[in-house]
Design a protein around this ligand. Structure first.
Ligand code: FAD
Length: 374
């Protein structure tokens, strides 16, 4: 059978930020690892230029992962010689003392500013009646630079192949991966395939209740922006809803552009694997809502969008910050949302899983209680 099958120790499916981080961790530990992607690395959920790095999460375990993610990014910055997270900070509206318990527990610097001090933390924001929470160690992740750095480190381990399926054969001799290029058998497979994780994991008996939605991200010009001279705007999380929407916002590096997206359980359009949208849906409605928000809330931005990206978002039933890992002997899968910021630490933990064939306690306990498949 030798000519028909290729044996490898560890296969990572997906060269998004999580698969690349996992592969990088395994390479540094001397493992025999191949990372598969059917597309250009970083063109899935990890695509685009910017993501928000923020420490605050409702679940304190996610705060802890963010703290370690930040340290991991600092190490990636040292290795790459590039800034991967800017020093813009993050400002949140609609937060009270109960919302910062996780920050306090994990020693993350933060403070509240009252209305009078608002301009010092977010110039260009319309007046807010109430305190703003400031997370000074937050900032805009340079997503593309991060992907480029990771590909630079592990590029020779990436195989450009589409994976049709992952199965656990009855012969007990590893996990089989059906690819466009060859039939592989691996001792362990890590499925970090973004929107495709449920389909691939199903073949290994793992059920991932992941939903995909289309999400609209218009971006805007910062008024009066001069590179290197104007202070960058912070990342923004508005959960107050005083301007009629809850949103997030993030500077796009030092381009003088700023992206805004809607947040909330009901926003974004359900998106099936066949690409069909619910009848009558249009993404233009969400784009208009964002523009209306900018007109009301952000006089520091020119409300005429300079562009709009439509992205696919994934969500687990436990909510938009939910994260979960699944394990069955020989196979690990991961899914969630807002995981870019945690990629360095998740990569380490997924690498541990592949090497030891068990979920580390921290990953088993990362979200709504990880399912350990029988
Ligand atoms: C609009 C938007 C805004 C976001 N904002 C933030 C934010 O502010 N902060 C934050 O931390 N996170 C944010 N996120 C989430 C973050 O980007 C994702 O959690 C993260 O990028 C997921 O990376 P991944 O490696 O798991 O998935 P992906 O990047 O999707 O990687 C999966 C890879 O698997 C490959 N693949 C899939 N199926 C197959 C197959 N069958 N065969 C071969 N290859 C396959 C794909 O081509 C892809 O490259 C945001 C996401 C989006 C979409």
């Amino acid at each position: 059978m030798g000519e028909h099958r290729r044996d490898i120790d560890i296969a990572v499916i997906g060269a998004g930020v999580l698969g690349l981080a996992t592969t990088d961790s395994l390479v540094r530990r001397g493992a025999d690892v191949v990372c598969f992607d059917g597309r250009v690395p970083g063109s899935g959920l990890s695509g685009g230029l910017t993501r928000t790095f923020r420490h605050r999460h409702d679940d304190e375990r996610h705060v802890a992962l963010a703290v370690d993610g930040r340290a991991g990014f600092a190490e990636w910055e040292r290795r790459s010689g590039k800034v991967l997270i800017g020093d813009e900070g993050a400002v949140y509206a609609g937060m009270g003392p109960a919302d910062v318990k996780g920050l306090a527990l994990h020693g993350v610097a933060h403070h509240f500013v009252e209305a009078a001090g608002q301009d010092s933390v977010f110039p260009g924001l319309a007046p807010v009646d109430g305190p703003l929470l400031v997370d000074p160690g937050a900032g805009a992740i340079r997503a593309k630079h991060t992907i480029d750095a990771l590909v630079g480190w592990v590029g020779d381990r990436i195989v450009n192949a589409h994976i049709h399926s992952v199965t656990v054969p009855a012969d007990g001799d590893g996990v089989e991966i059906q690819t466009t290029e060859a039939i592989y058998r691996a001792r362990h497979v890590v499925i970090a395939a973004g929107t495709a994780a449920p389909g691939l994991a199903r073949g290994a008996g793992i059920d991932i209740p992941l939903e995909s939605r289309l999400h609209v991200r218009p971006h805007f010009r910062v008024r009066g922006y001069e590179p290197g001279r104007t202070r960058a705007l912070p990342c923004w999380v508005d959960r107050a809803g005083i301007w009629g929407e809850t949103v997030y916002g993030s500077p796009i590096g030092d381009t003088g552009r700023y992206v805004i997206g809607l947040i909330g359980a009901e926003v974004d359009i359900p998106f099936g694997p066949d690409g069909a949208l619910p009848e009558g849906s249009t993404t233009l409605d969400d784009a208009r809502r964002v523009v209306d928000y900018v007109e009301r809330a952000l006089p520091g931005l020119d409300p005429e969008p300079v562009g709009v990206r439509v992205c696919v978002m994934t969500k687990l039933p436990a909510g938009s910050d939910a994260l979960r890992a699944w394990h069955t002997p020989g196979v690990t899968a991961v899914a969630g949302h807002n995981l870019f910021k945690m990629a360095p630490v998740l990569g380490e933990l997924l690498a541990d899983t592949a090497l030891e064939d068990r979920l580390p306690d921290r990953l088993a306990d990362a979200g709504a209680g990880a399912l350990v498949a029988p």
